[in-house]
Design a protein around this ligand. Structure first.
Ligand code: JEW
Length: 232
């Protein structure tokens, strides 16, 4: 998979070099490149923002650099299948979920557009939609200062689903959200720590009993913390 990120903070994505995705990248399964939006400006001050039409607080990202960036990075664009998918993080988008991560992990080329300030001039998405598949996606219902943190989280969630990236495919499905329940609690040595014992069933060697206990813990924890995940 190829991932291009357009941002005014390309150095932010250095964090991707130190995660598990480092291995996927050196092996060639995943190619990630961050691009400085300002390379597609032409004025002396490399301006990317301006005041909002209609008034209001803050600044809005001007459309021209974004138009040139998308022309350069998605010359093969196509509104149907196959071409790149443009992912635009915005609090006004659909929620990013494991199922959306799975969908994106099946693509050949993802293009992320990181907004800042009050966001990107709305004509950028309107225009891009005539040339490629576009998804406006929110990381969650809280306020961020820009798209960079959202894109980092999305790339980690997507990258680990690319076949061959995570060594053991079982560790993918066993984790939270793939089975719709929260995880069971985990323990390792020592068996007693600060007077706290590991639940004895885990030391019993009875694999059926262990599986049943873990499932029970998952259901109980989900009922208590995330009842919205359980069927009625
Ligand atoms: C996200 C891109 C660009 C937030 C989540 N939050 C917020 C917000 C911003 C500007 C205007 C109105 C609300 C900040 N912001 C972004 C926030 C993505 C931008 C500017 C974002 N997912 N993605 N939860």
């Amino acid at each position: 998979m190829r991932i291009d990120i357009v941002t005014i903070f390309p150095e932010f994505f250095g964090v991707l070099d130190i995660s598990l995705l480092g291995k996927a990248r050196t092996s060639g399964l995943l190619e990630v490149q961050a691009h400085d939006l300002r390379q597609w400006t032409h004025d002396r001050h490399r301006t990317v923002d301006d005041t909002p039409y209609g008034g209001g607080a803050g600044m809005v990202m001007r459309p021209e650099p974004w138009g040139e960036a998308l022309d350069a990075l998605a010359p093969d664009a196509d509104v149907s299948e196959n071409g790149p998918v443009l992912i635009v993080p915005t609090p006004a988008g659909e929620r990013f979920t494991q199922s959306l991560a799975r969908e994106f992990a099946a693509e050949k080329h993802l293009l992320f557009a990181c907004g800042r300030y009050e966001g990107i001039d709305s004509r950028v998405v309107e225009h891009a939609e005539t040339r490629m598949r576009v998804r406006q996606v929110s990381l969650g219902d809280y306020v961020l200062n820009g798209g960079e943190v959202a894109v980092t989280a999305m790339i980690e969630a997507i990258g680990r689903l690319i076949p061959g990236v995570v060594g053991n495919p079982e560790s993918l499905t066993e984790e939270s959200h793939e089975d719709g329940l929260l995880e069971y609690p985990s323990y390792t040595k020592p068996s007693v720590w600060r007077d706290l014992e590991v639940p004895p069933v885990l030391l019993s060697g009875n694999h059926a009993a262990i599986a049943a206990w873990r499932r029970e813990q998952q259901v109980e924890r989900t009922r208590r913390v995330r009842p919205d995940l359980l069927p009625d």
